[in-house]
Ligand binder design. Structure first.
Ligand code: KIV
Length: 302
């Protein structure tokens, strides 16, 4: 079992300060390990790209888990529509609603002090056009308090990105494998293989950059192509199953922590076996109750 290394573990009772201490003055600005405790903004993300700094992003769906990641110094938290599979018990991201994303995004914002919170626009919340996208993104910014939204699609979503950005809402785009299209794909296939598909992926990434996106997720893309996209853009790429050369890396937190049941995609690294640990704790509690060992004297009022 792989555990978090001690250097990355938050101290008991830690505050919103990142656990890692900066090695020099320059690194006080770092997205991960920097000393600033104000909210990260999209300007900080742009500055990191200029410095060539890599950064981590995790998903979060509730206030308590988000506070752990925030205290650990994760600079960007995504309230992803992966909440469909990982939190709400759906089979895909497709059924997730604006109400669900809004409530959980507000919880993640309340649980954090430093992280930039990005919320996904769920399937059906922006495909009708830019005005629908603006109406729903506005709700996430005003009602949930997020600092940015994410939506899927390259050229096909460029008009939506343009209106949101010109209205003052930062947008993280998402190209390559876009899970909201699972029914069209018939699964979750790697994207961008072959010359034509690779050229389309490059056009998609450039289209969202030109429309004003501050970053772009590249999902399930060959590493060589992701590296080429990263070199061609001035906004950061956030890889998931896209190799080492992206500017940032994102994982779904339940995959990263080993809470997800069954097989996880090849691109996932599990840093904890949380499902096993939590199950063990639940069984120990049950055995104490059945055997009369809980509550003990110290848990009892007189
Ligand atoms: O919803 C999500 O978690 C995502 C990430 C996989 C990028 O879109």
């Amino acid at each position: 079992m792989t555990q978090l290394s001690p250097a990355r573990k938050p101290a008991a009772g830690a505050t919103a300060e990142p656990a890692a201490k900066p090695a020099n003055k320059e690194s006080t600005k770092s997205l991960y390990g920097g000393t600033s405790s104000r909210r990260i903004t999209v300007r900080d993300i742009a500055a990191a790209k200029e410095r060539g700094e890599k950064w981590p992003m995790l998903t979060a769906y509730d206030a308590m888990t988000a506070s752990v990641f925030d205290e650990s110094g994760i600079p960007v938290l995504l309230v992803g529509d992966s909440m469909g599979n990982c939190h709400l018990g759906y089979e895909s991201t497709v059924p997730v609603t604006m109400d669900e994303i809004t409530i959980l995004s507000a919880a993640v914002v309340r649980g954090t002090k430093r992280a930039l919170v990005v919320a996904d626009l769920p399937f059906g919340a922006y495909q009708e056009g830019p005005v629908q996208a603006l109406r729903n993104a506005t709700r996430l910014v005003k009602d949930a308090g997020v600092g940015a939204v994410k939506l899927e699609g390259g050229e096909r979503s460029a008009h939506q990105v343009e209106l949101l950005v010109s209205s003052g809402i930062p947008v993280m785009a998402h190209v390559g494998l876009t899970p909201q299209s699972v029914h069209a794909y018939g699964g979750y296939p790697v994207q961008g293989r072959g010359e034509e598909a690779a050229q389309q992926l490059l056009r998609d990434a450039k289209a969202v950059q030109d429309a004003g996106a501050f970053s772009v997720v590249l999902e399930a893309v060959p590493a060589e192509l992701a590296a080429e996209v990263t070199r061609s853009l001035h906004i950061p790429t956030v890889g998931i199953g896209a190799g080492l050369d992206c500017d940032a890396q994102v994982l779904v937190w339940t995959d990263m922590a080993g809470l997800t049941a069954g097989r996880v995609p090849r691109f996932v690294k599990q840093y904890l076996q949380m499902r096993e640990l939590l199950g063990g704790a639940a069984r120990a509690f049950a055995e104490d109750v059945v055997g009369g060992a809980f509550p003990a004297e110290e848990h009892t009022f007189h």
